[in-house]
Ligand binder design. Sequence first.
Ligand SMILES: Cc1ncc(COP(=O)(O)O)c(C=O)c1O
Length: 437
Amino acid sequence: MTTTLDPWFADPGTLPERTRSQLAMQMEPSHILAIADEVRGLQAAGEPIANFTIGDFAPSEFPVPRRFLEHEQRLQDAGENNYPPAVGMPQLRAAIRRHYVRDLGLSYPEGTVQVGSGARPLIYAAFACLVSPGDKVLYQVPSWNTSYYIALNFAHGIELVAKPEHGFMLTADDLAPHMQEARLLIINSPQNPSGTAISREAMTEICEAIVAENRRRDETGQRPLFLLYDMVYWQLTLDDVEHVTPVGCVPEMARYTIMVDAISKSWAATGVRVGWAVAPPWLMAPMKALVGHMGAWAGRAPQLATAATLDEPDIMRPWMEAYRTKVSGRQTRIYERLSALSAAGLPVEPVQPEGALYVTARFPLHGRTFGDRTVETDEDIRSVLLHQAHTAVVPFTSFGYPEGTGWMRFSIGAVTDADIEAALDRIEALLRQGGSS
Ligand SMILES: Cc1ncc(COP(=O)(O)O)c(C=O)c1O
């Protein structure tokens, strides 16, 4: 006999509100996923949309490296399918340390690597292990998801607007008024959404300010100011751009930095779920316990396959080069085509891409009317691009940026080269038509 439970969920009255915790009540769904859902709906209805919204890869365009998959299959077949240690497989932790010596020139001691199922649980664990309720977290807009992690930890966010003239990155001057009150600073480079990277000079100035602030706090016994450096896109840095790390710029920052990294973007492996954090050894015990309690470890075979693949840089080099060339080629193509439109006097201002999967451009279309839509907000610009140029982008307002600037993010991983050309033709036609003002 089957007991049908549907009636117990019909008409719940006030039960949902009375059920949910304070955290559940303040939990926000992702803005970007809501936009992506709308786009998928239009595509399902047969609209020929070029989907530049999601920070993910179409496997047909960007498959996971075959070498990694071969290792993973072999390891699964060999029975590597039970619980891994909560801190991560020793082979992977060691391979990550070798990788950083080889590719970043950073030699971390043993006991500084925590593995997890992608970057996200480690970002969450970093917040949870450093930030107490009410602690102040300094972060910038535009930024990816930081506000959600602040809310999840009942922290107090100090939000600063990063300026386009600084490549949408905060500077030491921007941070100076808040250094003494903050507990944690978040930096992401190369950055989602802007596709820009922090310079050595800007990073060095910020790190020197953090070290100076922490020397002051050492004297008073205050808790230090930490830096969470999210560098999940660092392997996707354009050729003529330098990827810098806090500890590479100011080694003393090793005491105050958690760096987060993953194969998600480095190997187009977003669904595999292998990431790691590198942190001072005295943060390992609580991070390990938290990842363990959440069960947020990466699978055993994917961990060992990541270790084996990281240890084969010569075999991986051609794959990495082809991958990076394809990603950066697309970013450059979008930038150059939008720049040509800008040079022709059309209302679009692209930003030179430096890394990640993104290209940023401003569409100052406020006050113009396209079809039945008069543009008043950034959401209207997104809507005009979607419905009248069949081009789906994400406005910077979805990354917390102030309303009314017209900045939009293009993500290049889930489209084809032909989609890119066709979308830019349609954008050109839309901007040439110009709308009425
Ligand atoms: C800046 C940034 N950090 C972290 C992540 C999440 O990485 P993972 O998929 O490894 O959890 C993303 C995903 O889009 C991202 O853009």
